[in-house]
Write a protein that binds this ligand. Structure first.
Ligand code: GDP
Ligand code: MG
Length: 163
């Protein structure tokens, strides 16, 4: 039995950085340009003794042509549909934005276990905004840093419970 975890969130919160860390290879494109991950990417993730399939997704609002935006939304919905659990990522430094709330609504509708990561919270940066993430109604946010690998044991515990 293999489990699938979808990484969801608006562009630039650090989804691809997390994906690369979990998969251990640079399969996903990380860029300072929001939303550079245009295609869904899958990889085999390992965290402690957990093995699972992880899906990286692009955002849905960064494209100008309506058709492309629609494709990205469809991609997010497809990832949500095929996931056993969802890792929802927000940017603890930027705080919660209207786009985060849009994505949170999609995630809530999927009615699957959700793990909320307040990313970019290394060295306690953005710890205050982490509390803002409580307001999304997706449970307790885990302060996290995909770039620095902080919060991985909390993510492990949450995945163990979810899967
Ligand atoms: P995505 O659009 O959600 O896939 O985000 P990316 O993974 O492409 O990351 C967007 C930007 O945030 C890049 O410049 C990353 O280096 C940066 N980033 C990702 N994770 C962290 C983190 O934990 N801390 C900080 N400070 N920056 C991060
Ligand atoms: Mg990306």
């Amino acid at each position: 039995m293999t489990f699938t975890v979808a990484i969801i969130g608006r562009p630039n919160v650090g989804k691809s950085t997390l994906f690369n860390r979990l998969v251990g290879k640079k399969l996903a494109l990380v860029d300072d340009q929001p939303g550079v991950t245009r295609d869904r990417r899958e990889g085999q993730a390992r965290l402690g003794d957990l093995d699972f399939t992880v899906i990286d997704t692009a955002g849905l609002e960064e494209a100008d042509p309506a058709s492309l935006a629609g494709r990205m939304r469809a991609q997010t919905e497809e990832a949500l549909a095929s996931a056993d659990a969802i890792v929802f990522v927000v940017d603890a430094r930027a705080g919660i934005t209207p786009h985060d709330r849009q994505f949170a609504d999609l995630v809530r509708r999927a009615a699957k276990p959700v793990i909320l990561l307040a990313n970019k919270a290394e060295s306690r940066a953005g710890i205050l905004q982490t509390y803002e993430a409580f307001g999304l109604g997706l449970g307790d946010p885990i302060p996290f840093s995909a770039e620095h690998g902080e919060g991985l044991s909390e993510l492990y515990d949450a995945l163990r419970e979810a899967l």
